[in-house]
Design a protein around this ligand. Structure first.
Ligand SMILES: Cc1cc2nc3c(=O)[nH]c(=O)nc-3n(C[C@H](O)[C@H](O)[C@H](O)COP(=O)(O)OP(=O)(O)OC[C@H]3O[C@@H](n4cnc5c(N)ncnc54)[C@H](O)[C@@H]3O)c2cc1C
Length: 378
């Protein structure tokens, strides 16, 4: 693509591509079938600085730009979407610790997360609070020098393997978003239970669990940011997270595109390769158009973040477009494979399932449209 990258960004892209094709892609299908979390791969990614890419080196991170992050995450997702979401969520968790954390919190929690020593989770969703994130009912009450947390969270990525959780809970009497605060909770804290792994349609090698807090006491110094800042912290984290999910979707779409061309060029019907038919060429043309547009939208959001500008709108536009494009592209790629695409013998079957969740997590497509419309109408 013609977008000018700096030498460093180009190097990151090539380094991560080589790593992902060599180390991740060969085991991605097996990890999907067995729902096996890729612990050893995640450890290596920590060593490469991929788990806290935008965190400065002094706090254990890769010290790169958001543009490099977009490029790297696409390469990981091209090889394995489940590994990509694991990486994306860990990077998401690092963001608020860097922005809102005290020096002590950075020392204790950010450095191990950014260096890949510990895995992180971000927990906001509850059984009764999904798209309406301001309606969370998990509650924290200050008793002495501890916050006592009660409630539950669902669909928490990385939760089965994470050591550090940022948990959004209600504190005090203020309604909705004004009454929400963020807390750092360590795995193993008494009263904190981690549920079994969800049996998912896609990204099956990633970890997704529920969490239960039953009189879970966390030290008062583990509040992240100030009282009442939980919603703001969550939304800021999700803005960056959406650039990550957009990049994940683009990586999946690019993989499906390559699979479609490979299979469609090889498979002959009516005496010619499938790709010689105009109906198939139109699918390929539409996919090429959408991948390029999605890539540019993701870069535009990342560049706004790198410039220190507000990027909420761009991140939502990018996530909405990339995820819906990935679903369409995977649908067409599977269609081009005919019946073979419907079997586990072909990679496109996994890509099709993996793409689907990108329109759901970190704000559904409908929620992205709400964000974009609110921005346009304000
Ligand atoms: C694999 C996976 C991993 C996840 N990881 C995390 C995580 O790490 N941390 C975390 O906190 N959460 C996580 N989630 C939760 C995810 O963010 C939510 O599932 C998502 O926000 C939607 O919430 P919901 O599932 O409760 O759906 P609902 O909010 O119940 O929505 C159901 C449908 O109604 C639509 N809808 C809702 N409200 C409106 C409206 N006002 N207008 C139009 N349409 C509307 C939605 O778009 C959706 O299509 C994860 C989910 C999955 C599946």
């Amino acid at each position: 693509m013609s977008f000018p990258l700096t030498e460093e960004q180009h190097m990151v892209q090539l380094m991560v591509r080589e790593f992902a094709r060599k180390e991740i892609e060969p085991v991605a299908a097996r990890n999907d079938v067995e729902s096996r979390f890729p612990t050893a791969i995640i450890d290596k990614m920590g060593g490469l600085g991929l788990m806290g890419m935008m965190v400065p080196a002094e706090y254990g991170g890769g010290g790169t730009t958001a543009v490099s992050y977009v490029l790297a995450l696409q390469e990981i997702a091209y090889a394995c979407a489940a590994t990509a979401v694991t990486m994306s969520v860990n990077n998401l968790v690092c963001g608020p610790l860097l922005e809102y954390g005290t020096e002590e919190q950075k020392e204790k929690y950010l450095i191990p997360l950014a260096s890949g020593e510990t895995l992180g989770s971000f927990a906001i969703t509850e059984p009764e609070a999904g798209s309406d994130a301001a309606s969370v009912s998990t509650r924290a009450v200050l008793k002495g020098n501890k916050y006592i947390i009660n409630g539950s969270k669902v669909f928490i990525t990385n939760g089965g393997h994470a050591g550090t959780f940022i948990v959004i809970a209600r504190l005090g009497d203020k309604p909705r978003h004004r009454g929400m605060s963020a807390f750092i909770v360590e795995r193993g804290t008494p009263g904190f239970e981690i549920g079994p792994e969800e049996k998912k349609m896609g990204v099956r090698a990633s970890s997704t669990v529920s969490l239960v807090f039953d009189d879970c006491a966390v030290p008062a110094e583990n509040m992240l940011g100030g009282e009442g800042e939980g919603f703001k912290i969550a939304m800021t984290a999700l803005d960056s997270g959406r650039i990550g999910i957009s990049s994940q979707a683009i990586g999946i779409a690019r993989a499906a595109f390559d699979e479609a061309i490979k299979y469609g060029s090889m498979r002959k019907q009516f005496g010619r390769a499938l790709v010689r038919n105009q109906a198939i060429q139109w699918m390929i043309a539409d996919a090429a158009r959408d991948i390029e547009a999605a890539h540019l939208l993701a870069l535009s959001a990342a560049m706004a973040k790198d410039r220190g500008e507000s990027f909420t709108r761009q991140a939502s536009i990018s996530k909405l477009f990339s995820s819906e494009a990935a679903v369409r592209i995977c649908y067409d790629a599977l269609q081009i494979h005919g019946g073979y695409g419907y079997t586990k013998d072909f990679k496109v079957e996994r890509l099709y399932r993996d793409a689907r969740v990108t329109t759901i997590y970190e704000g559904t497509s409908e929620v992205q449209r709400i964000v974009i419309a609110n921005n346009a109408l304000k």
